[in-house]
Structure formats: structure tokens, C-alpha cells
Design a protein around this ligand. Sequence first.
Ligand code: MN
Length: 226
Amino acid sequence: MKLNEYRKKRNFAATPEPQGATVTEKKGNGSLIYTIQKHVASHLHYDLRLEWRGVLLSWAVPKGPSLDPAVKRLAMQTEDHPVEYAGFEGVIPAGQYGAGTVMLWDRGTWQPESADVDASLQAGEIKFTLEGKKLQGSWVLVHTRGFGSKPAQSAWLLVKHRDQYATTKDVTQGEPRSVASQRLLAEIARDGGGDVERASEGDQAGKARSATSAKPGRGPNQADRA
Ligand code: MN
């Protein structure tokens, strides 16, 4: 379907990332893949990916997900990725697109609240349920006007709905390791011949923020900025 942009950006002779087989849409009620990859590239971010129509819809969330319904996290929609990408953890070599270290931070399945995800994408509001190892329960992605220089058409907000899984605990700090290998970014970088120091910065990121994130007075309409 629409992996052209994904493939155009990458040199598969140089990166271990999957090229992606032909797009195959699931028929019937097969469960849909959900994954979040923690990616330390030029900037640290968390790549949220939701399988739909044979590809992974993708959003880069600079601060990662928050389990606090009062916190809105900026999520920039990025190019669709092949479903095989949901299994990728490792090092993207220097000089390649997205060069850096990728960790499989969470994985599982997702369920759209409304069966017509194309209509939800078009309307700019996708309500869904996650069944991951770290993230569960009800969430929403809301299309929003852009911030600053970010292109408006790709800016969304990721927000946790109030349910039994909502909490003010910082899940990115509390659960820093790979769901697949239990490694930290620095260990993945070391094993893959990547930049260990840079990856280690990714492991440390957000520690100061975590210490102050429970402060009262954060308005429900105030979005975190990238
Ligand atoms: Mn990324």
C-alpha cells in the first residue's frame, strides 16, 4: 500500500531494518499489532506503532507515553512502517536515516474503539485500547494544530483515558528496559556496535523531569511540547 516513503528514506544494504514484504491486510478479526520503540536518534523519542491495513501507522512521541490522563503528549505522525518493523531492536548505523539505537520498549495488541480506523484518521480522533506489557487500557490520539515549526498536518496528542490503568507514576522511568531482551539502550548499542555513550544518554533522559512530574497545577489543556 504505502511503504514507498519508508523505503525511499532507507538504504537496505546499509541498515538492518526490515525492507518489508508486500503489504498483507489481515482478514477478519485477527488481533492487530501494537508496539512502542524507544529510539535514540538525533533526539530521543518513543515510536508508537499501530497495525492497520497491513502496515504500522506510526507516531514519534518525544517524551513518551504518560499514564496520567491530565498529561497530553505530542505525537508527530511519521511514515507508515512495515509490520516486520514491530520485531526490530538494534542499531541503525551512523549515516543512515534514523541512525542510533532502537529498543522494543513495549509490545502487544491494540483494538480500535471504532471499527472504521480510516474514518477516525480522517476525523483526527482515534480512540483505542492497548494490551501491552507496559501500557494497557483506553487511550486516544487527537489530531491538533502544529506547535511552532512542526508541520500542522502531522501533529497529534496522545492521551490516556481515565480507567483502572491511569496513574501519575512515570512509566517511562519505572519501566526503562526492553520488553524483548530486558536490555537498556546502552546494552543494545554495545551489542550492536553502536554509540554506547549516546544510547546511555537515552537511558538517563527524563530522570529530572520524573522527579517533578507529580507537581500540582499542570492544567489539563496544557500540552507537553517536544
Ligand atoms: Mn524513530
